[in-house]
Ligand binder design. Structure first.
Ligand code: KG4
Ligand code: ZN
Length: 348
């Protein structure tokens, strides 16, 4: 029996959870710093670190209370060691490692994107290895061939903005508050599909890389043309145009991902696709990928929406996988703001 406390502090969310071999996810808590950063229109790294300092211990307390157990009933500690904001990561690492030392428990630094990738396994219906994963978050857009935990081969990635970053920047252009991704998705629900057509970047050439920064410029140009002050649009008409632009942007991102996933699955011997990371919470993306993969005979797995964005549960689970295999680290700890997924070690 192994019961692992997971701590996530890589960006603007403090997440804590306990995962147990027999009982699965026993409890989890999340604190979002959205309000703290909203006035600045984006994450301020120093403020993020300080807030993690304030929130991590109380959240550990809350999570243990939820599960009705004490620190002495834990057998291992996992914390996000990268990639992410270095100050924010160091808070979780310092707390996780010190707690492990005091309790005389093994601990492990988890790769944030491995956490995202394994998040669907928190549910009953789990994907089986090997599979292909599309990881789409605020900092990463990657297609990865996954043979097993720790056996990763990068098939393609974004050569510029990550998908979430493109959502956030375009949302900002549309005057939506931070964090823009979910706000843009909400606005797009009211948009009419097809009024504007945005390009599907890098789909006209072979390969599995992505590029999203041009879409943001396309959105800006469309806005300048369609919402120019000289046009004196009625407020409702202007609002509809903003929604139509949001819809056109979302459709372009989703279509591009569908095309690349289809291509990746046709080249792979696996018939399983995992979709994970913050952007995988997007309803249209989930539906369209599912629809397209059904036709290809590919089974799709994504985390439940609450575990698509950053959370402690995925870190507890990924840490549990590694600690269970006997991996743990020495007394030192660190953080890796940049950390290629392919550098991770396999379980055996
Ligand atoms: O995985 P995540 O929580 O943090 C990182 O590891 O970066 O991903 C956050 C990203 C943000 O860019 C956010 O705008 C985007 O995921 N996001 C969404 C949606 N929910 C979150 N993008 C589009 N549609 C959504 N529903
Ligand atoms: Zn994340």
């Amino acid at each position: 029996m192994l019961r692992v406390l997971g701590i996530e502090t890589s960006c603007d969310e403090t997440g804590v959870a306990v995962y147990d071999s027999e009982q699965g996810l026993m409890g989890h808590s999340l604190y979002s710093q959205i309000k703290l950063h909203a006035d600045y229109g984006g994450v301020v790294p120093e403020l993020a670190s300080r807030d993690h300092v304030r929130k991590t211990l109380p959240l550990i307390h809350d999570t243990l209370e939820q599960t009705g157990m004490g620190l002495d009933q834990l057998n291992g500690i996992a914390y996000t060691a990268g990639p992410g904001l270095v100050g924010a990561l160091l808070v979780g690492a310092a707390i996780g490692r010190s707690l492990a030392w005091t309790l005389d428990l093994p601990s492990i630094g988890v790769h944030h994107m491995e956490g995202h990738m394994l998040a669907p396994m928190l549910d009953e219906r789990k994907p089986e290895f090997p599979f292909v994963a599309l990881l789409v978050s605020g900092g990463h857009t990657q297609l990865v061939e996954v043979a097993a935990v720790g056996r990763y081969r990068l098939l393609g990635e974004s050569i510029d903005d990550a998908a979430g970053e493109a959502f956030d920047k375009t949302a900002k252009l549309l005057g939506l508050p931070y964090p823009g991704g979910p706000e843009l998705a909400r606005l797009a629900e009211r948009g009419s599909p097809g009024r504007f057509r945005f390009p599907r970047p890098m789909t006209d050439r072979p390969g599995l890389d992505f590029s999203f920064s041009g879409l943001k410029t396309f959105a800006l140009n469309t806005m300048q043309r369609e919402l120019a002050p000289g046009l004196k649009l009625e407020p409702e008409l202007a609002e509809q145009t903003r929604a139509d632009i949001a819809r056109a942007f979302e459709d372009a991102v989703v279509d591009t991902m569908v095309i690349k996933c289809r291509r990746a699955m046709r080249a792979s011997s696996s018939k399983t696709l995992v979709l994970a990371g913050g952007v995988s919470a997007n309803r249209h993306l989930r539906e369209r990928i599912k629809e397209s993969m059904d036709k290809e005979g590919v089974e799709v797995f994504y985390p439940r929406p609450q575990f698509c964005t950053d959370n402690g549960a995925m870190i507890a689970y990924a840490g549990w996988q590694r600690l269970r295999a006997g991996q743990c680290e020495g007394l030192g700890f660190g953080a890796r703001p940049r950390w290629p997924l392919e550098e991770l070690s396999p379980l055996d």
